[in-house]
Every structure is written in C-alpha cells, then in structure tokens.
Design a protein around this ligand. Structure first.
Ligand code: GGG
Length: 359
C-alpha cells in the first residue's frame, strides 16, 4: 500500500546540558505541527555528539557516525559542551564542526528579530523595528586546523594558526547572502571586515564582496570594520537587513545580535547546505548552559524556533509560520514565559503552551 503523506526523516541529537531539556520541547512542537499540517516526522535519536558519550568512549562520536546517522532530511541539534569534563575545543571539533564540514553546511543562518515579550535593552524599539539576518561563513576562515605548536612547554614556544579563505568558499557564502538580501524589501547587505588590520585575508574578502556584489545591481551594500560594526549592532540594530561575515566575525555578530534584542535564549540557527546534497542542521544559538542545566528552567524557544526554520527548509512553510505565530503568542503572555524573561514557567510548561497555541 502506498501513502501520500509527506514524510521527513530527522536525526535528533540533544547533546549536552540544557540541550537534553529543550530538545523534547522542540520535538513536542514538531510532532504537533506534523499532526495539524498533515506530514509525518520519522525521528531517530542519537546519544552521541555529547560529553557523556566522550566520558564513556574517549571520543565525541563513534567512528562510523555517518553510517549511524544515515541520510536524514535534516539534523535537529541541541547544544554541545561540558567544560568540566571535556575541553571546549575538543567537544566542538569532535561534534558540531564535524557536521558542518563533512556535510558542507557552509552557511550559518541566524535571524535577529525583536520578539513580543522580550524586553529590548534599547529604548523605544518595538517588535518589527529590528529584523535582520546574520549569514556566517561556516566551514573555513578563522576556524581552521592549519597551524601548530613548536617547542611546546619551553621558553621558545611558538603557536601558529592560519586563516583559510578559498575563492569557492568565500564566493558561495557571499552569493547566498546577496540572494537573501535580494529577496527582502530593503535589499541591503552589510559586510563585516577588518581589512585595515588583517591585511591579507580581509582585503581579499572585501574584493570578493565587490565582485559578487556586481552581480546584484539591485542590492545595495556597504562594509564596516568589525569593531565599529559591533558598536553599531548595540546602538543602531534597526539599520541592518542582511549582514555577512567570516566564520569568527559571523559567530560573534550572531550572538551579539540576539543579545541586542533582549536574549540569546530564544535565537535559532540553521547550518545550511544550500544545494541539498547533504543534510542541513538546525540548533538554538545558545550553548549547553551548565549553570542552569538539570533544573528544568531553560528557555525552549531557541530550540522551537529552530524547528520552525527546519520545517521551512523542508518545504513546510505553512507549519513553520504557524509555529512562529504560536511562539509569539506565548512570549506575549507573561505567565507562560520562562524565568530568563521574568516569567515563572518551566521548560516543559513553555513547550506545552507553544504546542497548545498551535491549535
Ligand atoms: N547550540 C549551539 C552550541 O551548542 N554551540 C556551542 C559552541 O560552542 N558553538 C561555537 C560555534 O558555533 O562556533
């Protein structure tokens, strides 16, 4: 017997700390959306890519992790890191960065949007005033493994790490960012640079922005050095539309952006392989938050908003929009918010409220 139901296979990886608490809420809302909008979610949970796994096996993931994961339509990820047991660079390189590189997820896409019920630290801003995207290069740049240590643990110690920019790598993320800007009303792109100080890779980045920008005559663009750009994020976040940056600059800007709109606790992200030759991965911007893990108080909105981004990517735009309406409705209700937003709801209460608001 054949079925006409749309089916999406999802690899579910909760990871560490509050990742384990917010993931069930993300899945609760996804399942509710599937029931309401007539598609099926086939989920396979994985207990690797976390520091517990490292404690048992001496590595973050099994050697055959790709076989274990199979070929899902998308990966739904929580958070990684537990610095008391595994150094952060070991847990990150052993898990998330493996996915980003092996699956060529060269775009890290993060919205910066002022949401109802989230107090904006900037006076006079209302939801709708701040609404832009940060596009971060996600597979090369400053996150390179090229380098080494000479004469370790001696007075002559020398530590070198190279930034790697490839023409293909830079051009493809810039094209993605210009494409995105072209679809938006303001059609404006801002590039993060530091070409006055980093005098080889950053002038190259700037040159490629000009070259790719010429292919988009209807999109205006400008550039800021990263130092003044961070100041502009804090002072005038409403002036941005699409902001593109290298791996490190994009990482910094995409935490700072949500912080300027009140909290990174609600912010989502997509690690995207735009060609669809590999699965894309969706995760909240926040990390594992060891300080509040295990208390059931973490805000699940970042995970749930990531579920909406994942559904949009999978072609379920209607369900994704409905999740966002439900998120906005719950955030606008003081009693349904978690403690970080001055409410009293627990992680599960907040997830349930969003699932119920879906209908
Ligand atoms: N859910 C996001 C997360 O767990 N992030 C951990 C982290 O340290 N990320 C650094 C990065 O994205 O480069």
């Amino acid at each position: 017997m054949t079925s006409n139901t749309r089916k999406h296979t999802i690899a579910v990886i909760p990871g560490d700390g509050i990742g384990k608490e917010v993931m069930p809420e993300g899945m609760r809302v996804l399942e509710r959306a599937a029931a309401l909008f007539g598609f099926e979610i086939e989920q396979k949970w994985h207990d690797f890519a976390c520091c517990d796994y490292y404690a048992r096996h001496g590595r973050m993931m099994p050697e055959n992790w790709k076989e274990e994961i199979g070929r899902p339509d998308a990966i739904f990820f929580g958070a990684v890191g537990w610095p008391d047991t595994v150094p952060d660079h070991v847990s990150l390189w052993g898990s998330l960065l493996q996915f980003r590189r092996e699956y060529d997820q060269y775009v890290n896409l993060r919205p910066v949007r002022l949401m109802p019920g989230v107090p904006c630290p900037l006076a006079g801003r209302e939801p709708g005033d701040i609404d832009f995207w940060v596009v971060r290069e996600n597979t090369e740049g400053e996150y390179s493994s090229v380098g080494g240590i000479m004469f370790p643990n001696t007075e002559r110690e020398v530590v070198i790490q190279e930034t790697v920019m490839t023409r293909i790598g830079v051009d493809r993320v810039l094209r993605y960012a210009f494409d995105l800007a072209q679809k938006r009303e303001r059609k404006h792109l801002t590039s993060a640079t530091k070409s006055n100080g980093i005098a080889i890779t950053m002038p190259y980045w700037d040159q490629r922005v000009e070259a790719i920008g010429a292919e988009y005559p209807d999109v205006t663009h400008d550039k800021y050095h990263i130092d003044i750009l961070t100041a502009q994020f804090v002072l005038n976040p409403d002036r941005f539309d699409v902001v593109v940056g290298s791996n490190l600059f994009g990482d910094i800007l995409s935490d700072l952006g949500p912080a300027c709109t009140g909290t990174i606790g609600v912010a989502p992200s997509g690690n995207i392989n735009p060609e669809g030759t590999h699965p894309s991965l969706f995760e909240p911007v926040h990390g594992s938050a060891p300080d509040i893990a295990g208390q059931g108080i973490a805000n699940p909105v970042g995970q749930i908003w990531s579920a909406a981004m994942m559904l949009e990517h999978l072609g379920e735009a209607e369900a994704a929009a409905a999740i966002m309406r439900a998120v906005e409705q719950v955030l606008a209700t003081p009693s349904a918010r978690t403690r970080d937003l001055k409410g009293a709801a627990g992680t599960e209460d907040c997830g349930k409220a969003i699932a119920e608001a879906l209908g």
